[in-house]
Design a binder for this molecule. Structure first.
Ligand code: CMC
Length: 435
């Protein structure tokens, strides 16, 4: 670990003569950690932290979140500045390489990524194996995992050059896979990538265009797509990123690891929340039903959540939600949508929830998913594509975290322990004698 310990605590187990000194490792910014690696060896006890709410599973230099203040930094740069001034591909370089690129570095990087946008032609056939009504996330889990069967030349995880090519391939091909998952759903021909277009622009082209007529991507929508991608690019050690790291810790190839990340992202508590928000808004239907809906949310027996609200780390407004709410208004106005009943409903719901004791007491604020569905719907995406778009954007975060893990000399296979509360050892009894 790169930090050094200046403070420590000593833990002595009551009733024994065993004690251990636990060093406190300082972070560059943010919460320090106790290095408990000697705890089991010296005291013979594990730590217990279901959901890992107080556990740092790795050292990382990529993304920093201050949940109380609502701060998100990629490699030290505030998300607000990157959202306003950068582009998604530049953010990809930043996340992967640790610094903003010079003009030459960026040109090389852009070329490196964009020349990998096509899929092996045989992967086209792979899509035909799915039902037409398959969820795009199901298709993405399958096709991304299958990439490891097509790109054998970049599977050596101990070779830095192979790792870079795999990273480029994943970032470049994931929009093609997502766009084709949609095209397959609606029975339209697959559109091949156009490498002279920008990254987000190319995605919108593959998604919306058909071969029968020319298609020009609206630059305002391309910029909005790029912005959405920047906001979702990385988010520290969330469930899907931790899944990628855990899968990668075994030495699994990067395509398999990213497929595992996509599977983890799919759940409604994580990336699936943007889809769930729109379903929730549709069910609420009208401003007059908000109070009744919130009563149901507050009733613990109902298991109903206010989707798009709450976060494990943010106990303040998610900074991405603020940016996306503003972009929502811009996109709707660009598209000539003066009144969007969904946006009006969402804003009223947010206002009421933010003044409700239940949400105030628990510090529950809108997260990135609260408004992302509304903007994506206005841009012409069906609800089923929302989480797939999250996966497209997050691939760079996953692969950067995977790269960092592989290069970390302290990396070991991820292998949590447990507190066993089952039956103690007992002898097998033949079925004929069991009462
Ligand atoms: N609606 C109603 N109550 C909530 C909500 C919510 N959205 N979120 C948390 N709570 C309550 C929870 O029931 C608990 O109450 P109590 O203390 O009375 O038992 C309290 O707030 C603390 O919540 P928690 O369950 O301990 O929080 P967590 O850190 O385990 O869960 C979460 C975080 C994001 C899974 C949760 O807030 C949630 O399910 N939110 C809705 C789904 C959502 O929007 N997910 C997207 C997250 S951001 C993007 C991403 O990461 O992919």
């Amino acid at each position: 670990m790169s930090g050094s310990a200046k403070r420590s605590v000593t833990i002595t187990l009551d009733g024994s003569n065993k004690s251990v000194s636990i060093p406190l490792i300082e972070a560059t910014v943010g919460t320090p950690v106790f290095d408990i690696r000697k705890l089991y060896g010296d005291l013979g006890v594990f730590t217990y932290d279901p959901g890992y709410g107080g556990t740092a599973a790795c050292e990382s230099k990529i993304t920093y979140i201050d949940g109380d203040e609502g701060i998100l930094l990629y490699r030290g740069y505030p998300i607000e500045q990157l959202a306003e001034k950068s582009t998604f591909l530049e953010v990809c370089y930043l996340l992967m390489e640790g610094a903003l690129p010079t003009a030459t570095q960026f040109k090389d990087f852009e070329l490196g990524v964009m020349r990998h946008t096509m899929l092996h032609e045989q992967i086209r056939e792979f899509f035909n194996g799915f039902r037409r009504d398959a969820h795009p996330m199901a298709v993405m889990c399958g096709v991304v995992g299958a990439l490891s069967a097509f790109y054998h030349d970049s599977l050596d995880i101990h070779d830095p050059a192979s790792r870079t090519i795999s990273a480029f391939r994943l970032i470049a091909k994931i929009p093609t896979i997502a766009a084709w998952a949609y095209k397959y759903n609606c029975g339209q021909p697959f559109m091949y990538p156009q490498n002279d277009l920008g990254y987000a622009e190319n995605f919108l082209y593959m998604f919306h265009a058909v071969p029968a007529e020319p298609y020009k991507v609206n630059p305002i929508l391309a910029r909005a797509m790029d912005l959405i991608m920047i906001l979702h690019a990385d988010h520290e050690q969330n469930a899907s990123t931790s899944t990628v790291r855990l899968a990668g810790s075994t030495g699994a190839n990067p395509f398999a690891c990213i497929a595992a990340g996509i599977a983890s992202l799919w759940g409604p508590a994580h990336g699936g929340a943007n889809e769930a928000v729109l379903k929730m808004l549709a069910e609420i239907g009208h401003v007059k039903n908000i109070t009744g809906f919130l009563s149901e949310v507050k009733d613990k027996g109902s298991h109903t959540k206010l989707m798009g609200f709450g976060h494990r780390v943010y106990k303040n407004y998610d900074p991405r939600a603020k940016i996306i709410q503003k972009a929502c208004h811009e996109v709707l106005s660009e598209l000539g949508i003066k009144d969007d009943p969904l946006l009006d409903l969402a804003m009223e719901l947010e206002k009421i929830a933010l003044n409700d004791k239940y949400f105030v007491d628990r510090k529950l604020y809108p997260n990135v998913d609260f408004y992302s569905g509304i903007i994506l719907k206005a841009m012409g995406f069906p609800t089923s594509m929302f989480t797939a778009l999250f996966a497209v954007s997050r691939t760079v975060g996953w692969i950067s975290q995977w790269q960092e893990m592989i290069a970390d000399p302290e990396q070991r296979i991820g292998r949590p322990r447990q507190i066993y509360t089952g039956a103690p050892q007992r002898d097998y009894v033949p079925i004929s004698t069991r009462g």
